[in-house]
Design a protein around this ligand. Structure first.
Ligand code: F0G
Length: 482
């Protein structure tokens, strides 16, 4: 929690929970790590988790569950239709968002599939503060296109801008006038924005975007997958939210939106997802798609155990002690890295620590996937796996050339309540070594390149023998140490 005072310590994010169940980890020798990343085609998604020391790939479905969540799972009411568990989850969702109608789906992208299918037509344009990979793909598959209307400051990686996720209101009105409101099925705000570093959106901006949407009669959709971090930042960075409870802020945001969806792999700290609306018309239009793609309307592809856990997870999402843990640990991680002069995205956001790969490995060609090369090097030197969030995560240009991402990042996710401060210090120390030896890192090229969302399962190889050289230098400096 942010307002605890200390006597000698200057920076100490404090856990407001204790660890009662643990999982053994392995830290393999560096030669083994090199072998593993080569076998995985230099794609951290393709590593086996047993070969990973710190799994910082994502916070999706990997947050630690609370005793209350585990307890609730034991009373799940397993039935295909009319399960009591569903009604408990529905009530928790209605309470959290203050909206009446809830459609369950098995995860966030499943919601995006249903939403895109029912709302997006060929030629439509969907304005958003920033895209997310799966969201954009679903909209494109329906024949629509995405327009990102972030403020110029959003992609200045080093800044003190508290709400880089805010949408640019002038760009929004210009776009509406240019393409016509009738071609805009909805405006989407991602709270917070994943691909630019877990950066939050202010309540003020949501209200302003909502007013513009109302003026032109366009629905406002909020992707609330990462809303817990966002709510923490609203509370600590936005003056008007300082005296509001977390739930009051959530309700104020929700009031502005016509449609909300979320991945319960993040919000709710379990597994699942859902769409929330207050118009019966939307509900009726979408509900028929749920049994076709997800499962019956009272489970939507989720297991009842997970639904029970989500219901409790939503209650816990209103607790500042719970939601402050991620952002405060990330801030501390960032503070240590800055001491070592490692280029990171500032201010630190939610979800994970974001390294500026464009600067870290600026000597690697942009077309040789700087972020992916850095993610591969990080695994080799530390056993921690992060995720590439840069050019590799982009779709290529129509002419087949690389679409160079506006931000070239490596994300080291901090699933909530999972890692200790000493583990953070360990990875920070390995990053410091890697930064001092960054000239050894080289590029990557595809050996297998899928057509859609290539970052998930594509395979790459180093463009030279740089990885062997990196291992040799590591052994020179660390001897037989892991
Ligand atoms: N929206 C946002 C903002 C997300 O971060 C994600 C997932 C989704 C939608 C899709 O949800 O995974 O449940 O289907 N982000 C994960 C990540 C994959 O690692 O950042 P999902």
């Amino acid at each position: 929690m942010s307002d605890i005072k200390f006597y000698k310590e200057k920076h100490l994010p404090l856990e407001m929970h204790k660890v009662r169940i643990v999982q053994k980890l392995n830290l393999l020798p560096i030669e083994k790590r090199l072998e593993n990343i080569s076998k995985a085609g230099n794609n951290t998604f393709l590593l086996r988790n047993k070969d990973v020391y710190l799994d910082m790939l994502t916070d999706s479905g990997t947050n630690a569950m609370s005793d209350r969540q585990l307890g609730a799972m034991m009373i799940a009411d397993d039935s295909y239709a009319g399960s009591e568990t569903f009604y408990r989850m529905e009530k928790a969702v209605q309470n959290f968002f203050g909206k009446e109608y809830f459609l369950p789906a098995h995860q966030g992208r499943a919601c995006e599939h249903i939403l895109a299918k029912s709302l997006v037509k060929e030629g439509d344009v969907v304005p958003m503060n920033y895209h997310f990979t799966t969201t954009k793909t679903h909209i494109n598959l329906q024949g629509g296109r995405v327009e990102e209307l972030y403020k110029d400051k959003a992609i200045e990686l080093v800044s003190d801008e508290p709400f880089k996720g805010d949408m640019d209101l002038v760009k929004l009105e210009n776009l509406i006038n240019e393409v016509g409101a009738e071609h805009i099925p909805f405006v989407r705000i991602e709270m917070g924005t994943n691909l630019i570093g877990g950066q939050p959106v202010s309540l003020q901006n949501v209200e302003d975007v909502s007013s513009i949407c109302k003026k032109y009669n366009i629905p406002l959709m909020i992707d609330a997958s990462l809303i817990t971090d966002n709510l923490y930042f609203n509370k600590v960075r936005e003056e008007r939210c300082k005296d509001m409870s977390i739930h009051e802020i959530a309700l104020a945001i929700s009031k502005c939106a016509d449609i909300i969806y979320f991945s319960a792999r993040k919000l709710g700290s379990a597994k699942g997802g859902g769409i929330v609306v207050d118009s019966k018309e939307y509900f009726d239009n979408m509900k028929e798609l749920i049994p076709v793609y997800e499962g019956f309307l009272t489970y939507g592809g989720m297991s009842t155990r997970e639904m029970e856990a989500v219901a409790i997870g939503l209650e816990e999402a209103c607790d500042i002690d719970m939601i402050s843990h991620g952002p405060e640990f990330i801030e501390e991680f960032g503070r240590i890295l800055q001491e070592y002069n490692i280029p990171i995205v500032t201010p630190t956001g939610g979800l994970g620590l974001h390294i500026n790969a464009r600067e870290f490995v600026g000597h690697v060609k942009e077309t040789e996937f700087q972020s992916a090369a850095l993610a591969s090097a990080i695994y080799i030197v530390s056993g921690a796996r992060g995720m590439e969030r840069g050019t590799l995560s982009e779709e290529k240009n129509p002419d087949g050339s690389e679409h160079i991402a506006s931000c070239e990042l490596v994300r080291l996710a901090l699933p909530r309540r999972v890692f200790t401060l000493s583990q953070i210090r360990y990875i920070a120390d390995r990053l410091a070594w890697l930064y001092d030896n960054r000239h050894l890192i080289g590029g990557l090229r595809f050996t297998e390149e899928p057509k859609v969302m290539r970052f998930f399962i594509g395979r790459l190889e180093p463009t030279s023998d740089w990885q062997e050289k990196l291992v040799a230098k590591f052994k020179e400096d660390f001897g037989d140490s892991l």
